[in-house]
Design a binder for this molecule. Sequence first.
Ligand SMILES: C[S@@+](CC[C@H](N)C(=O)[O-])C[C@H]1O[C@@H](n2cnc3c(N)ncnc32)[C@H](O)[C@@H]1O
Length: 278
Amino acid sequence: MNAPRLRRGVAVRLSGVRIPPSPLGDYAMDLNLTESIRKAYSVGETLEEYAKAEGVWPEEKEIFDKYFNNVGRVLDIGCGGGRTSFYLASIRNKVTAIDLSPKLIKAAKKKALKRSGDIEFIVKDAQKLDYPDNFFDGAVFSFNGIGFIPRKKGKIKFLKEIRRVLRPKGHFFFTADNFWFLNVYFPRRIWTVIKIFFSRIFPLEVREKEYGEKYFNDRIDAPYLDVKSKRVWEEIIKQSGFKTVINNSKYGVREKRKFSLLKDLFGDGNYLFFVLRK
Ligand SMILES: C[S@@+](CC[C@H](N)C(=O)[O-])C[C@H]1O[C@@H](n2cnc3c(N)ncnc32)[C@H](O)[C@@H]1O
């Protein structure tokens, strides 16, 4: 997700996207969440922005050219309007591109009519992958979409599923927001930490259950995000069974340096960059 987009009045315009507290617990939350994300990416400026999005970032290009060049069948998860799918196809892959939003898939299919490349666009929830074991030669979840997968346990389960559908030695690339990144959302992440902490001592109702989780009423491109730190991601990756090939930041990849605790707290659109190998 790009520069933060906070807008007054948006919560009203997208009131359908709001998630009411669920008396049914986690399961219902996850169901509502999927629908909320689908809606958020099916209306207004968010739909327009991702339907139009073009061109891979230089840092993505570097990774795609190295690990995804002519590898075979590639799964592009949360493909949006096909920004990364078209590039992955241009480097001689057969791409299966999936997204929750039928409107974004429709926009991607429309673009595909005017372009060459072996791509199949499908409306599908990435948390319900119905592919056989070892089916794909590579997988990608670009632009921090993985932040929509709720909680640490959900992320481990998700990575295990990606690992299952990947062939041995196949690569999975994803980017993620960093919990410690000093952007406009940082104070809110800390506030949520404080609320969760006190809810463990006092009888307070707090919707977020895990550090990094946040429900937004004023963010039109994300009704919910679960943003983990690099250290937490390392634990998640370890438990998923994947091996780590690249564990850096976008700026680290750009500047050909290692991740820096200090330098990588700042920078416009500086995300965590991971390449994993089965
Ligand atoms: C920030 S957008 C990125 C779109 C595209 N990858 C790009 O870089 O332009 C995140 C995308 O992930 C999709 N998404 C989120 N959760 C998903 C899920 N569980 N299954 C499939 N797609 C999902 C959203 O619908 C949205 O299109």
